[in-house]
Design a protein around this ligand. Structure first.
Ligand code: PMP
Ligand code: GLU
Length: 397
């Protein structure tokens, strides 16, 4: 009675949204909480992109779009992939979806059979293992600790591959660590992948433009890899458009066909107006992207410096995205006299309740020794949040 499907019973709710929700609830009660839980740019969508959407409303872009998105938008995406990534795709290989999240879920559902294994380097974004479970596949994690700058090696990848491995989900720049694989590191992973038949990579490049080192390279550019790669990207992070819900997959034609069929049955093409706005985002001047990137870089420097000054926290220096993922396990077993901190989720809850800073425990990213802070917030918020975190942690003995 009142039983949800077995499929859903295996799923966990999104920890990032859950913590953010808790933070909003406390705020609604009048508590002054700083939200570093959810990962989205704190900027508003640039004016020229908003104007394109307003024009689209006035011009009656009000009907269904093709399931895979408007042809001119798919052409613009091909233009972006060629210019920025050196990758040649036909518009027929692109599917525009409800955010990168749907593009990834589409791909997993299109490729994974029950009992297929999907390799996910961890720490990983909270949704990847859940998407694999939705497809009734088996997530197989490879641990990449802070000592490896949270990146897996080719040898680790080789060791994790079995005859049942169908897919690898790679995220660079990474959520939650901000780590970026160099071209050489990606080349060595690609060399392992091409040796195995019927093995594919989802390359999640959603943080491509939020970068503090050389421009990232797509794994699809290495020999033999474009046929094996599904490139994922979108407008959410680069153009501060999380609510508009536009992402895409660029894939070999046979995979795109499958995704098209799937999307045609369960969501159709994404919002017509958002697609018109995204067309402007990709085709117009990219100055807004650089302006936001610079601000994120300044905040990255600030948060790394402030976190390093807190005893017991260990940090890497993220080269991209807007997250810091400090190792905090030195606090486990300690107490403020009332509560004992045993896990990263305990720590995140303690920081929320005592420090009034919302963060996300590392457990749901597959790294129970760390926790995540999003620094997509003002410099003042970052300073105050780290002051509160430092103070709350200093009470743990
Ligand atoms: N991939 C990663 C790694 C992310 O952090 C996010 C943001 N939630 C997404 C994909 C999805 O982005 P969106 O659906 O907003 O395009
Ligand atoms: N990418 C963001 C995060 O990780 C958005 C929330 C989500 O989709 O999980 O916080």
């Amino acid at each position: 009675m009142n039983t949800l499907s077995n499929r859903l019973q295996k799923l966990s709710p999104s920890a990032t949204f859950a913590m953010s929700q808790k933070s909003s609830e406390l705020k609604a009660k009048g508590v002054d909480v700083i939200n570093m839980a959810v990962g989205e740019p704190d900027f508003n969508t640039p004016d020229h992109i908003k104007a394109a959407a307003a024009d689209a409303i006035a011009a009656d872009w009000s009907r269904y779009s093709p399931v895979t998105g408007y042809p001119d938008l798919r052409s613009a995406i091909c233009g972006k992939l060629l210019k920025e990534n050196g990758l040649t795709y036909e518009p027929s290989q692109i599917v525009v979806s409800n955010g990168a999240k749907q593009a990834i879920t589409n791909t997993v559902l299109a490729l994974v059979n029950p009992s297929d294994e999907v390799i996910i380097p961890t720490p990983c974004w909270v949704s990847y293992p859940q998407m694999v479970k939705l497809a009734e596949g088996t997530p197989v994690t490879i641990k990449a600790p802070i000592e490896q700058d949270f990146k897996i090696t080719a040898a680790q990848l080789e060791e994790a591959i079995t005859p049942r491995t169908k897919l690898i989900i790679l995220c660079t720049p990474s959520n939650p660590t901000g780590s970026v694989y160099s071209a050489e590191e990606l080349r060595s992973l690609a060399e392992v992948i091409v040796k195995h038949e019927d093995l594919y990579v989802i390359s999640d490049e959603i943080y491509e433009h939020i970068i503090y080192t050389e421009k990232p390279v797509s794994i699809a550019t290495f020999p033999g890899m474009q046929e094996r790669t599904i490139v994922i990207n979108g407008v959410s992070k680069a153009y501060a458009m999380t609510g508009w819900r536009i992402g895409f997959s660029a894939a070999p034609a046979w995979i795109t066909k499958g995704i098209n069929m799937l999307q045609g049955q369960y969501t159709s093409g994404p919002c017509s107006l958002s697609q018109r706005a995204a067309l402007t985002a990709w085709n117009a001047s990219q100055q807004c992207v650089e302006d936001m990137r610079k601000v994120f870089e300044r905040r990255r420097n600030l948060i790394v410096e402030l976190t390093r000054a807190i005893p017991g926290l260990e940090v890497n220096v993220p080269q991209g995205a807007f997250y810091l993922f400090p190792k905090c396990s030195s606090y486990y077993g300690k107490s403020d006299g009332e509560k004992v901190i045993r896990t990263s989720d305990d720590l995140a809850m303690y920081l929320l309740e005592v420090g009034h800073v919302a963060t996300v425990g590392g457990d749901s990213f597959g790294s129970p020794e760390c926790f995540r802070m999003s620094y997509a917030t003002s410099d003042d918020n970052i300073k105050e949040a780290l002051r509160r975190i430092g103070e709350a942690l200093s009470r743990l003995k």
